[in-house]
Design a protein around this ligand. Structure first.
Ligand SMILES: Cc1cc2nc3c(=O)[nH]c(=O)nc-3n(C[C@H](O)[C@H](O)[C@H](O)COP(=O)(O)OP(=O)(O)OC[C@H]3O[C@@H](n4cnc5c(N)ncnc54)[C@H](O)[C@@H]3O)c2cc1C
Length: 363
């Protein structure tokens, strides 16, 4: 029996894949409903449809433009992005797992191991502590992973604070915005339309999240009010982090499988689920296999993030000027951020002046 802790996208998609292979799978979810609370912007590239077709009720908006803003520059590029209702998306993937035969126990919180083949779980509905015997435990329990802590796999992880709220804002509902520069240290700010008059506005940073958030909110909307908060932690990818220890595995945010450029973790976690399913079925080393299949891409995202974090406002202005050229826009449309290696290679071929930024990348 395989026990997966956490019914987020990573846990539910893994459960779906394993159940499809005939494995006996149980998901434990600490909340009484799947998908709540929402702590995500829910924006993904169309590559998500390489994993499965999204049902219409999961999609809040399809966006075909991004507006990139630096201190003294602003460009618009064509993209193909999907904004999801994150709670509905999580329930959709969990239903896929159930349809393949996985069990889901709601209001069940993992609290620790009990020897090597059992775990302790708090059943909040019946107010009981239970022991569950299991051959394999997968921690798909997000950035605060209790499984990683209990297994001693919580090594030196760094996290951004992702401070986001829903706000009232009239904006172009076919475009999302990303904001870069000194007002967004170490990461960036975003404004993503959710429906007419409502947007998801946020920033990521290591420190003083409140200060940066309110400054951005006031400058972008002219207001100080939020409709509701949707904040959370965003792990920074760490290629040295152990993601398998014996019969304990980590996936998704628990394994820091997140693109360091954007903080996007949904698509990397679906990809990791495919890798982990293959490792469990074929008894392969997941530490090695994940690094082989996704390590290069996630390391490239990390390098680009480290490069961007050294940028001055002038560097961002210059980068946006290069990106505004038609030949560059075509590449940005063809290769999205889920295929960073061909994206960067083609950018360098078409516009060698991007090499200026590579000096910063490798310095
Ligand atoms: C503000 C913000 C905005 C973001 N925007 C985007 C975006 O636009 N696009 C994108 O791709 N990514 C985005 N992300 C990242 C994305 O949300 C995560 O990468 C993604 O949710 C990871 O999925 P997961 O299944 O690993 O973890 P989670 O979605 O965190 O799911 C973990 C599940 O485990 C459960 N759980 C936790 N502890 C226990 C326990 N002890 N016992 C039982 N259950 C437990 C939780 O209740 C939860 O259901 C954003 C993150 C933040 C904070």
């Amino acid at each position: 029996m395989i026990t997966i802790v956490g019914a987020g996208p990573a846990g539910s998609y893994l459960a779906y894949l394993l159940a499809k292979q005939g494995k006996e799978v149980t998901i434990l979810e600490e909340h009484k409903t799947i998908g709540a609370p929402v702590q995500c912007t829910g924006i993904v590239t169309h590559s998500i449809e390489n994993f499965f077709r999204l049902k219409n009720n999961v999609i809040a908006k399809r966006l075909d433009k991004v507006i990139v803003v630096s201190k003294n520059n602003r460009i618009t590029a064509n993209v193909d992005e999907i904004v999801m209702w994150r709670d509905k998306f999580d329930r959709y993937v969990a239903e896929m797992a159930e349809d393949e035969g996985a069990d889901i126990l709601l209001s069940h919180k993992f609290i620790g191991f009990d020897g090597s083949n059992a775990i302790k779980v708090k059943d909040a509905k019946n107010n009981k502590i239970k022991n569950i015997k299991t051959g394999i435990v997968v921690g798909a329990d997000g950035p605060y992973s209790a499984v990683a802590k209990a297994a001693g796999m919580n090594s030196n992880s760094r996290h951004y604070i992702g401070m986001q709220a829903k706000v009232n804002l009239e904006m172009d509902t076919t475009a999302f915005e990303t904001h870069f520069g000194g007002d967004f240290p170490d990461f960036f700010g975003w404004v993503v339309p959710e429906s007419e008059g409502i947007a998801r506005l946020g920033i990521g940073c290591f420190e003083n999240a409140q200060g940066h958030f309110y400054k951005f909110l006031k400058s972008r909307t002219g207001k100080k009010d939020v409709i509701c908060w949707e904040s959370g932690l965003i792990p920074l990818y760490n290629s040295k982090k152990a993601i398998q220890k014996g019969n304990v595995y980590l996936i998704g945010d628990a394994a820091a499988q997140v693109k360091a450029t954007t903080g996007g973790g949904i698509i990397p976690s679906l990809k990791a689920a495919q890798t982990l399913c293959g490792c469990i079925i074929n008894n392969k080393d997941y530490n090695e296999e994940f690094r082989r299949q996704s390590g290069r891409e996630l390391r490239l995202h990390l390098r680009i993030r480290n490069m961007l974090n050294k940028f001055s406002d002038r560097d961002y202005d210059k980068l946006l000027s290069l990106m505004s050229q038609e030949k560059v826009r075509k590449i940005l449309k063809k290769y999205d951020r889920d295929t960073p290696i061909p994206l960067v290679t083609n950018l360098l071929i078409k516009e060698p002046r991007f090499l200026y930024f590579l000096k910063v990348l490798f310095s």
